[in-house]
Design a binder for this molecule. Structure first.
Ligand code: GLU
Length: 426
C-alpha cells in the first residue's frame, strides 16, 4: 500500500508542477478560465507496449507513452525519452511544457512528448534498434510531419531518430523525412541541431549578461549534466571566457574552484565513461555527488540533467546568483519561491532550452523544402528568435512585476489565447 501511495504521488507530482505554473501565470494575466481548463488537459494519450526478443532469446515487454498536449499552433512536437523512471505523469508534464516552449519562441508547432521505461545502457545495439522500431510501429498512426513530430530527448540521439524515420518510411511507404527531427545530417538532419539547445541558451545568457553588466571572466559556472545540452553549453561558455568550476553526469560531479578544462573533461568522459573518473586531470579537481555539486560556490548554476533537481529541501543551500534551466523542469515550484525570496534569478526552461526545438523546426522546414542550410545560416536564424523571445519576456516581467517563469508562461499563453479566441475552442 505504501509503495502504491509513493508511486501515485510520483505520477501526480510533475504534472501538478506544470499545472501550478500555468495557474500562477494565468492568475497574473487574468486568463479566461475556459482556456486554463483546456491547457490543463492533454488532447491525446497513447500507451503502448513493445515485446522485444532479447539477445538471450527471451521476450521482454517494454512500456511506453506518447502524450499529445496541444496542437493549436501547429503539429504536436516533442522528444522521446528513454529512462527507467519514465512515467505517464512525467510525460504529460513534458508535453505541456513543449506547448509552452514552442509558443514562447513563436514557432508554428504544438506540444507532445514520448517516453519508454527502459535504461538504454542495459540494452545491446540490436535490442535498442528493435525497441525503437517497435515503438515507432505503435505510434505510427498518430505521428507524421503534419501530425506529430518526435525528436531526441534524455538518452535518445540521432541514431535512434534514424531508426524512427526508416521504420516510419517503410510502414507508410513514404519519403516523409520530416516525421522526426534531430536526425543525423546524412538522413536529412539539420546542420547545428546537435548544438542547438546549448547555442540557444548561450544567446539568451548573452542578453542577460549584457543587461546586468556581468563579466564572463569573473563568472563561475557549474553545469549539472554534462550531456548533449550541458556539455556543449559548458564548452561554448568556456570559449567565451567563463570559468567552468563544476560539471556532473549520472554517476556524480567534478569540481574545481579555480576552474576545470571542460574540453579535456569531455574527452576524458568519452574515454572513461564518467566525469567522476577525471580527477587526475588537474591538481585541485575534486569528485563529489550530484547533490553536493548543486550547493558549491558559483555565480551561475546551469541545470542540464533531469527534473526536480532543486526542491524545497536543497534550494536554500544553492549559492549561485542565477539558475539557468537547460533541462526541462529542474526547479520545483517550492524551490522557485525560495529563489524569488532570495533574489536568485531563474531563467526558465521554456525559454532557456528552446533553441533545440527551434532548430528542430528549421529541420522540418528544410525537409519539406528539400533545401538545406549551412550551420552559419542556422545560427543566423536562431539568434533573433531567441533574443526576441527574451525581450518579450522582459517586457512582460516589467509590466506585471513577476518572475521570469511567470512572464514566460504569460508570453506563451497570450499567443495560445489569441489562436483560441479566433478559431474558437469548443
Ligand atoms: N527534447 C527537446 C526539448 O525538450 C527537443 C524537442 C524537439 O526538438 O522536438 O525541447
Amino acid at each position: 500500500m505504501r509503495v502504491l501511495d509513493l508511486l501515485t504521488k510520483r505520477l501526480m507530482s510533475l504534472f501538478e508542477n506544470t499545472l501550478k505554473q500555468i495557474n500562477e501565470a494565468a492568475e497574473i494575466m487574468n486568463l479566461d478560465k475556459d482556456i486554463i481548463t483546456i491547457l490543463s488537459h492533454p488532447k491525446r494519450i497513447m500507451q503502448v507496449s513493445m515485446p522485444v526478443r532479447m539477445d538471450s532469446g527471451e521476450i521482454r515487454v517494454f512500456e511506453g507513452f506518447r502524450v499529445q498536449h496541444n496542437d493549436l499552433a501547429g503539429p504536436f512536437k516533442g522528444g522521446i525519452r528513454y529512462h527507467e523512471q519514465v512515467d505517464m505523469g512525467e510525460v504529460k508534464a513534458l508535453a505541456a511544457w513543449m506547448t509552452m516552449k514552442c509558443s514562447v519562441v513563436g514557432i508554428p508547432l504544438g506540444g507532445a512528448k514520448g517516453g519508454i521505461i527502459v535504461d538504454p545502457k542495459t540494452l545491446s545495439k540490436r535490442e535498442l534498434e528493435q525497441l525503437t522500431r517497435k515503438y515507432t510501429d505503435r505510434i505510427e498512426p498518430i505521428i507524421g510531419p503534419d501530425k506529430d513530430i518526435p525528436a531526441p530527448d534524455v538518452n535518445t540521439n540521432g541514431q535512434i531518430m534514424a531508426w524512427v524515420v526508416d521504420e516510419y518510411m517503410k510502414l507508410g511507404n513514404t519519403n516523409k523525412k520530416g516525421v522526426v527531427t534531430g536526425k543525423p545530417i546524412e538522413c536529412g538532419g539539420s546542420a547545428g541541431r546537435d548544438q542547438a539547445t546549448a547555442q540557444g541558451g548561450v544567446y539568451v545568457l548573452d542578453e542577460i549578461v549584457k543587461a546586468k553588466g556581468i563579466k564572463p571572466e569573473e563568472t563561475r559556472i557549474i553545469v549539472q549534466g554534462f550531456g548533449n545540452a550541458g556539455g556543449n553549453m559548458a564548452m561554448l561558455l568556456a570559449d567565451k571566457g567563463y570559468k567552468i568550476c563544476g560539471v556532473s553526469d549520472s554517476k556524480g560531479g567534478l569540481y574545481c574552484a579555480d576552474g576545470l578544462d571542460s574540453r579535456k573533461v569531455d574527452v576524458c568522459k568519452e574515454e572513461k565513461g564518467s566525469v567522476t573518473q577525471c580527477q587526475s586531470l588537474g591538481s585541485g579537481y575534486e569528485v563529489c555527488t550530484n547533490e553536493e555539486l548543486l550547493e558549491k560556490e558559483c555565480d551561475i548554476l546551469i541545470l542540464a540533467a533531469l527534473e526536480n533537481q532543486v526542491h524545497e529541501k536543497n534550494a536554500d543551500n544553492v549559492k549561485a546568483k542565477m539558475v539557468f534551466e537547460l533541462a526541462n523542469g529542474p526547479t520545483t515550484p517550492e524551490a522557485d519561491k525560495i529563489f524569488a525570496k532570495k533574489g536568485i534569478t531563474v531563467v526558465p526552461d521554456i525559454l532557456a532550452n528552446a533553441g533545440g526545438v527551434t532548430v528542430s523546426y528549421f529541420e522540418l522546414v528544410q525537409n519539406e523544402a528539400q533545401y538545406y542550410w549551412t550551420a552559419e545560416e542556422v545560427q543566423e536564424k536562431l539568434k533573433p528568435i531567441m533574443v526576441k523571445a527574451w525581450e518579450r519576456i522582459v517586457e512582460i516581467q516589467n509590466k506585471y512585476s513577476c518572475t521570469l517563469r511567470q512572464a514566460a508562461f504569460i508570453s506563451a499563453m497570450t499567443r495560445l489565447k489569441a489562436i483560441m479566441e479566433q478559431r474558437g475552442f469548443e
